[in-house]
Write a protein that binds this ligand. Structure first.
Ligand code: TYD
Ligand code: MG
Length: 457
């Protein structure tokens, strides 16, 4: 077999080198050189037989048949919804997450619980026995499945393609893309060049054969999917599987979706028998505590399209050391510091000599600004050591002048709070489009000070 020639290309300026260098001599960037194939040998090896012979030509957009129907529904309602209503044939889905978060579990249980979908589970990380052991833990294995789940422990892309062509599965799962290697590159599996080249091959294969594929990807310690950034550009859907490993909740969040909205969110709970969809997350998160201590406020937030009531907990205490400590879990620390500065400046609270700790219940992370008001109220409640009535919820963004600004879809938040039995909700003044709410008192507030006089008199 003729040796494939590769070269090292700077990902920043595009300069090419015959060997790897730590620094690009053209643009002076470090660690940007990546091995790439120089002579593509697709005609000989890189492309499976079924892809050859396709001869695309320009087609008027009106003549292209609309492919709206054929989404493959999945038994897992959360995954289905996050994908935008099922699997699209020929699509490539990349799912990333920390080790041990449950990526392999999620996909294996998807394979097992969709008996009509023949699935090929390609495992480069675990042996057949390990996959089998995991399958036995997962409940709901349909023994009368028509199609079933096949396991393949292989890492060479060309061999995988051969098996796909003979098995003809309806879904292929690759666990994980970092273990794959293609014969067209010398680099070791997991290197940037290999990951990119393998994904490119899988993508061409999926598009040509209409087999949907799910790739599991490792993430680096900064939370990015390991490998080149172009990976995320190449695939159709990027899902992030996240959650605190110490908590049972797992969130499946689309970062990119060519076939649906990225505003969806799937919530799972890791149980002894796999991941179970959480139908009513607010109920689970709030628990059924009779009384709330001081420092706790409930925020009506939106996670994706779903309204979600989350408990915000704050602890304010006198700083023992010179510099007060500030720490936030599940909330942006800089934003918390900003809110504390607003309280200091606009409401005259002396928080400068206090330690402030903030925590969102259940290991959730909220980025939308509507949670601001609950954060502010939790901090003040802890500072004054006065509990907020447990039937009160909050939503509203806090601006730099201490004003409370309207947030999106307030009516949905109100409806959720009312559904869960809250008697009162603080909403920003001037929110448009909210009708008179039944069974819940709306308190419209325009300034942080107003909320304080309502709560603490
Ligand atoms: P795994 O799915 O292998 O994670 P990843 O592929 O993302 O690295 O592991 C998930 C973790 O969940 C593992 O530590 C064990 C645990 N687990 C359960 O709690 N219940 C189960 O039914 C299974 C299969 C795993
Ligand atoms: Mg795994």
């Amino acid at each position: 077999m003729a040796k494939v020639r590769s070269q090292f290309v700077c990902q920043s300026c595009g300069a090419a080198y015959p060997q790897w260098l730590g620094q690009c001599t053209q643009c002076k960037q470090w660690n940007t050189l990546v091995e790439e194939v120089r002579d593509r040998v697709e005609e000989k090896r890189g492309t499976p037989a079924s892809v050859k012979g396709r001869n695309p030509r320009p087609i008027a957009i009106d003549e292209i048949p609309a492919q709206d129907g054929p989404r493959l529904p999945l038994s897992d309602s959360e995954l289905s919804r996050v994908l935008g209503g099922g699997l699209v044939p020929g699509s490539i889905i990349l799912i990333g997450g920390e080790p041990g978060i449950g990526k392999s579990t999620l996909l294996l249980q998807t394979a097992l619980r969709n008996p009509d979908l023949r699935t090929l589970y390609v495992s480069g990380e675990e042996s057949e026995h390990q996959v089998k052991m995991r399958a036995e833990r997962l409940e709901g294995t349909s023994r009368h499945s028509k199609e079933g789940c096949y396991v393949l422990t292989e890492t060479n892309t060309q061999n995988i393609f051969k098996h796909i062509e003979s098995l003809k599965p309806g879904l292929v799962v690759i666990d994980s893309v970092q273990t794959l290697h293609t014969a067209t590159l010398d680099a070791s599996p997991g290197s940037v060049g290999q990951v990119r080249e393998c994904t490119a091959e899988l993508m061409r294969f999926a598009k040509a054969t209409d087999v949907p594929m799910v790739l599991i990807g490792h993430i680096t310690k900064d939370g990015f999917i390991a490998g080149p950034k172009v990976l995320e550009h190449m695939v159709d859907v990027v899902l992030q599987f996240e959650g605190d490993r110490d908590h049972a909740y797992r969130l499946l969040r689309p970062l990119k979706n060519r076939f649906g909205s990225t505003n969806e969110l799937g919530i799972y709970e890791m149980q002894g028998t796999g991941l179970a969809a959480v139908e009513d997350p607010s109920q689970v998160l709030l628990g059924d505590r009779r009384e709330r201590p001081s420092g706790v406020a409930v925020s009506a937030t939106l996670e994706g399209q779903r309204p979600l009531l989350i408990e915000v907990q704050a602890l304010v205490s006198s700083a023992v050391y010179g510099t007060p400590q500030r720490s936030a879990t599940g909330f942006d620390l800089r934003r918390m510091n900003m809110l504390l500065a607003v309280l200091e400046k606009r409401c005259g609270f002396r928080l400068g000599q206090k330690d402030v700790f903030l925590n969102l219940a259940g290991g959730f992370r909220v980025e939308e600004p509507a949670i601001d008001l609950a954060v502010v109220c939790a901090v003040l409640s802890s500072n004054a050591d006065i509990a907020i009535p447990m039937d009160t919820a909050f939503c509203g963004e806090v601006g730099l002048t201490g004003e409370i600004r309207p947030v999106t879809r307030t009516d949905q938040r109100i409806a959720e709070a009312q559904k869960l039995g809250f008697a009162r909700i603080f909403v920003p003044k001037g929110t448009k489009g909210i009708g008179p709410a039944k069974g819940i008192e709306l308190v419209q507030v325009g300034q942080v000070n107003e909320v304080l006089s309502h709560l603490f008199g």
